[in-house]
Design a protein around this ligand. Structure first.
Ligand SMILES: Cc1cc2nc3c(=O)[nH]c(=O)nc-3n(C[C@H](O)[C@H](O)[C@H](O)COP(=O)(O)O)c2cc1C
Length: 405
């Protein structure tokens, strides 16, 4: 099956025309040998390449190209299947935009396309090519620094936090993972992540629960999370707890129970964020909405967790207008080199800015992911890059810092 990959990248340094021609000649021969065709566009600072052939061959070439240090910031814009090649004539040809007057460059490029006129009009690859040639893609492009200019500080403890000793008969425990504001090196919230006794995995904990006790156990476990938070020196930080949306619906007086437990541990409702995942279908919508209203009326904030990965999606923003949205890790992983993820996350950020909803990126593990997200306007982060969850205490934190020159 014929597949296509398109990417864009930035030149590491200026490459002489001779070296560039040698690269193109060599690539053209190598590509032709495995029936890969395509084109390489250059505007002086950026490359834009189309690779088409069998998925296996295209991926092999793309992986080699990704390792090449003559360019950086590679962003895969499209990976798709097609009935016909766009550049059936050449293994790889160079098209330097600077060789053409502005008003002729699109036509000159389209002359090279080996599709019928009808196909050209509707083809996504051709639309991507036009966008690059006309410079429209730059309106949304976020240029990030090279990651090797950054390093992480050694993990440092946040104040001197005591480790909380849970009671021996406690059915579950909590690990804490901070949500951080990197620009001001502050912890803004600590998420309490459920664990079994002695730190057993969440899967082990849930496995020993009977289906009928699921919601009750979910709600009641929060009292342990608040107890742990009450023993920490939280100051202006909030404590974030996860709750199944249906726990608020199925259990009578769930919200009163939460408020009572919060106060019992010496916390204020304003210090608590309830994170609801959108991965469970909310079957009694009105009852859920009324519970959310009660939470908010009491001063508790609401965050939509794993946003972008579940069932309900964007309409939840209209119905509940949460205070915070946590973008799911599936959208965050490798965002720096994925055009589709960048487009989706940019749209989420724009939407949340219009609604004054705070955006948190979760599952951040790489400096490059953080650099892109920061460039896109995200301020709050959670992930192994900064801190791993720690059982019954706050973990030490690493901060990104510029490497000394
Ligand atoms: C912008 C750019 C585009 C490239 N395109 C191709 C290509 O289409 N095919 C290819 O084999 N190599 C391409 N290369 C070169 C590869 O990165 C790599 O250097 C080369 O495939 C190694 O070939 P060798 O194993 O024969 O030395 C490209 C490099 C750059 C910087």
């Amino acid at each position: 099956m014929l597949s296509t990959i398109i990417y864009r990248s930035q030149l590491s340094e200026s490459v002489s025309p001779e070296r560039l021609q040698a690269l193109v000649d060599h690539s053209s021969l190598r590509n032709a040998a495995i029936e890969v065709t395509g084109i390489l566009l250059l505007d002086g600072q950026h490359f834009f390449q189309v690779l088409e052939g069998s998925m296996e061959a295209v991926l092999t070439v793309y992986q080699r190209i990704s390792q090449d240090d003559r360019h950086f910031n590679l962003i895969e814009l499209m990976r798709d299947y097609a009935p016909a090649r766009r550049f059936g004539h050449a293994g790889m040809a160079l098209f330097d935009l600077r060789d053409y007057p502005q008003h002729k460059v699109v036509d000159a490029l389209l002359e090279r396309v080996t599709l019928s006129d009808e196909r050209i009009r509707h083809d996504r690859v051709v639309k991507f090519l036009r966008s690059f040639v006309e410079g429209r893609d730059k309106e949304t492009f976020i240029a990030i620094e090279q990651a090797d200019r950054w390093q992480l500080t050694a993990p440092r403890a946040f104040l001197s936090q005591p480790t909380w000793q849970p009671a021996p008969d406690q059915r579950c425990e909590f690990a804490l993972q901070p949500i951080v504001d990197v620009a001001s090196r502050r912890i803004v919230s600590c998420e309490a992540l459920i664990r079994g006794p002695k730190g057993a995995s969440p899967a082990e904990y849930f496995a020993q629960l009977h289906e009928s006790e699921r919601y009750q156990a979910d709600l009641h476990s929060k009292s342990y999370a608040f107890q742990l938070a009450g023993h920490l020196d939280l100051r202006e930080q909030t404590i974030s707890v996860n709750l199944l949306p249906m726990s608020l619906v199925v259990i009578e007086d769930a919200v009163e129970y939460l408020i009572q437990q919060i106060r019992h541990q010496g916390l204020r409702p304003e210090q608590v964020v309830v994170e609801v995942t959108e991965d469970e279908v909310i079957s009694r919508f009105d009852a859920f909405q009324s519970a959310v209203q009660q939470l908010k009326a009491a001063g508790i904030s609401l965050a939509l967790d794993d946003f972008g990965a579940g069932f309900a999606g964007l309409s939840l923003l209209a119905d509940f207008q949460p205070d915070k949205v946590k973008i799911d890790r599936k959208l965050i992983t490798d965002i720096h080199c994925s055009g589709p993820r960048q487009a989706i996350v940019r749209a989420i950020i724009t939407c949340c800015q219009a609604l004054e909803i705070t955006v948190i990126a979760e599952g951040v593990e790489k400096i490059e992911e953080w650099l892109w997200l920061e460039g896109a306007g995200v301020r709050y982060f959670q992930g192994f890059l900064f801190a791993r969850p720690a059982l019954n205490t706050l973990p030490p934190i690493s901060w990104p810092e510029r490497r000394p020159l």
